[in-house]
Write a protein that binds this ligand. Structure first.
Ligand SMILES: [Zn+2]
Length: 245
């Protein structure tokens, strides 16, 4: 009888020990999870702070949706080439540690479907976005056209009275001429009438990557490898401009 009671007590004690063990293990798991979550919280906060400290670049793919831009050989539309190069430029700049904001990242204009002046609204909204985001600098991507199909080569435009715009244009033009191995190199050009140059805040340049009316250049501009070279040259120019500042 006494022995039986002793055995029951031993079993109860063992059960209690097992319970303690299980409970403490559960508590340890919970505490590890909490620590991980706290660390994650810290990390995401750190990430936000890091992004705020990063240099912000705005990339503006010209035209879009109902506005095709220049039409080149074989009915080639400017808007699609602008978008492809801009998306590659975004990727490239992000690899270099910049933050990038785009005015559009699909074939979508910045106008309302109901607007009776879509082009004006589109341009106004691009300018408003630049003011709102206040980037370190803005690059607007376009393609050129001309009646003479022999004319080719990239060219960068800046607002004539902007000395910073001129410096950025020089840096990008230089790296485009070099990296794209342009035979007849163009020079940067000041302009006072382009809406985006005239109205946008901060430093902005318009990069005309090439002529869609030149058959060779139009063919190259449709390949991803050449688009990547263009994007890399522009990013190099941005880097160089910010280094010399
Ligand atoms: Zn254009």
């Amino acid at each position: 009888m006494k022995l039986k009671k002793y055995r029951i007590e031993m079993i109860m004690a063992c059960l209690l020990l097992v319970c303690f063990y299980l409970l403490s293990r559960q508590a340890a798991v919970v505490s590890v999870q909490m620590t991980t979550d706290q660390e994650k919280g810290k990390n995401s906060e750190g990430q936000v702070q890091e992004n705020a400290g990063r240099k912000l670049i705005l990339v503006d793919p010209g035209h879009g949706e109902s506005d095709p831009g220049m039409i080149g050989v074989g009915g080639l539309e400017e808007k699609g080439i602008n978008l492809s190069i801009s998306l590659l430029l975004k990727e490239n700049l992000e690899r270099r540690g910049y933050s990038v904001v785009m005015t559009r990242d699909t074939d979508k204009g910045l106008y309302d479907a109901s607007s009776n002046n879509k082009k004006a609204q589109d341009m106004q909204r691009r300018v408003a976005l630049i003011s709102e985001k206040s980037p370190l600098l803005s690059v607007s991507i376009h393609q050129n056209s001309y009646q003479d199909p022999a004319v080719h080569g990239p060219q960068v435009f800046y607002y004539e009275s902007s000395s910073e715009g001129k410096k950025l244009a020089e840096a990008i033009q230089g790296s485009l001429n070099e990296k794209l191995e342009v035979d007849r190199q163009r020079e940067i050009k000041g302009n006072t009438s382009y809406y985006l140059l005239k109205r946008s805040q901060g430093t902005l340049v318009i990069v005309e990557c090439g002529f869609l009316t030149n058959p060779d250049e139009a063919a190259k501009l449709q390949t991803e490898s050449y688009q990547k070279k263009v994007a890399d040259a522009i990013a190099d120019g941005v880097d160089h401009y910010l280094e010399i500042q």
